[in-house]
Design a protein around this ligand. Structure first.
Ligand code: XIL
Length: 370
């Protein structure tokens, strides 16, 4: 039911309240709902309970009702686990290869390309009618050693970068919804990260990478992606300024990806919604691209409940901003989370546990999407 919002002043306090629809409008709406339910256009009580045709609605189904997607990352070794792939194939409508499209995997020798891991995931996603976020064309981590173990002149590295982007974006042309073109370009203080690309080519490598990716796959949505940019602050301000400059120069940039690798011990990014909104106002899409909420182990009932609140709050923030197009969790089960291997003593970051059972965070996601 649609309601309208008005701002009224009561005493000295300015409050926003919701105007109630009139009785006549309510009666008309009720009658319309009865007709639509009878005609099977919208679901009855079952749909309200989160079911359709006797099947429970998935996170993807629920997200689609808001014009959003709900995705998961995955990785090739896990695809041999049938219980895992069953949920991966049914609950989500967007897939991100966790490693298979990174430089070390796709160009292990200079000019020698290996698409097998990326293709396996793209093919699985297509079989399951899922879209794919390509991740990632330019990043300072997980580079092949042929690239990092020698010095390059600017001309040489420029050619290497262009060749890589063209080869990969061409190969997946028409098969990916979006590309994380450049990943993690800034430091925490908002200065450029001194990567091999920045040091050799200067900051212009970002605009070049976006232009080349666009030439290679004109329909893919092109993103810059980073962590610790969920809240406003120096790092996310750097993206805001860069995005503004790139747009002003006509560089093909479609969106900003907020990884959202959160940790309970560092606090919730309370300015997330405001931050998403300012990027929207630049004419950009945003997405939460690698969501997980880790905690110091052992997980307690309390921490798991707080984690659920955070998953709910993040989802609500995205739904509140029109151009926040979707949410992707960085894999969906603690069984295959990257966290324990990288953050010693931390884990339990995802909405499903190691036995593939849904945790409170999963139910919180459903609630936020209802
Ligand atoms: C991680 C993968 O999940 C791990 O399997 C791998 O060992 C390291 O990289 N930010 C990113 C992702 O953009 O590519 C990272 O993925 C997680 C942090």
């Amino acid at each position: 039911m649609s309601t309208t919002s008005t701002t009224s002043t009561i005493g000295s306090e300015s409050t926003t309240r919701t105007t109630r629809p009139s009785r006549t409008r309510l009666r008309l709406a009720g009658a319309l709902a009865t007709v639509l339910v009878a005609a099977g256009v919208v679901g009855g009580p079952a749909a309200q309970a989160g079911e359709q045709h006797g099947k429970p609605l998935t996170l993807a189904d629920l997200a689609q009702r808001h014009g959003r997607y709900f995705g998961s990352a995955t990785d090739n070794p896990e695809l041999t686990d049938p219980a895992y792939t069953a949920l991966l194939g049914s609950e989500f409508d967007m897939i991100t290869p966790g490693n298979g499209m990174k430089w070390y995997a796709t160009e292990p020798q200079q000019g020698v390309f290996d698409w097998s891991n990326g293709d396996e995931i793209v093919n699985l996603a297509r079989a399951n009618h899922q879209k794919v976020r390509g991740h990632t064309l330019v990043w300072h981590n997980q580079l092949p050693s042929w690239l990092t173990s020698r010095e390059w002149t600017a001309d040489e590295l420029r050619a290497v970068l262009k060749n890589h982007i063209f080869a990969e974006a061409r190969h997946y042309r028409g098969k990916v919804y979006s590309w994380d073109v450049v990943n993690e370009a800034f430091n925490e203080d908002g200065t450029y990260r001194e990567t091999i690309f920045y040091k050799t080519l200067g900051p212009g490598y970002i605009a070049d990478a976006l232009r080349w990716a666009h030439q290679a796959d004109p329909h893919a949505k092109l993103y810059l992606n980073d962590y610790n940019i969920e809240a406003t602050g120096p790092k996310s301000d750097a993206y805001y300024q860069l995005a503004k400059d790139l747009k002003a120069q006509g560089v093909p940039l479609d969106g900003i990806g907020l990884q959202a690798h959160l940790a309970l011990q560092y606090g919730y990014p309370t300015t997330l919604e405001e931050n998403l909104r300012r990027f929207s106002q630049l004419g950009l899409d945003t997405a939460l691209t690698e969501v997980d909420v880790r905690m110091l182990l052992p997980a307690t009932e309390e921490k798991v409940a707080q984690q659920a609140d955070w998953y709910r709050d993040m989802t609500e923030a995205c739904l509140a901003v029109r151009r926040c197009v979707g949410i992707t969790v960085w894999d969906y089960t603690d069984k295959y989370s990257w966290i324990p291997a990288v953050f010693t003593g931390e884990g339990a970051a995802l909405p499903w546990d190691e036995q593939l059972q849904p945790k409170p965070a999963y139910f919180a996601l459903r609630e936020a999407l209802k």
